[in-house]
Design a protein. Sequence first.
Length: 130
Amino acid sequence: MGTIRRGAAERLEYANFEGVIPEGQYGAGTVMVWDTGPYGSADRMSMDEQVLRGKIDVRLRGRKLRGGFTLITTGQRSTGRRQTKNWLLIKHRDEHTDPSWNIDAPALSRSVLTGRTLRQIAEGRPPRRR
């Protein structure tokens, strides 16, 4: 299984960033680290090959998401000057399946790094003590 580590790859340079990206900048808006943890391909194809085919099979061992998942593209849409791909995340039925799991649970609305909500991050509030 791979692990996202600080400095492990250029594209993960901001993996631990939380804050507000100003309007007019790429990714503008409030940014939260919702989950962290090791992951690995559940397929024999490389992640790059899976992205190209539009279907990614992965096993997650995050603090919030665990088990097998599939990401599939649901098509492209135009957002002004550029095309964006939409992805749908599907949970596999496995040993980590929990029918009582609720994405709207208050505990799931907080950052795994700082314990803050999106609103608290946007307001610039300090991280919660752990």
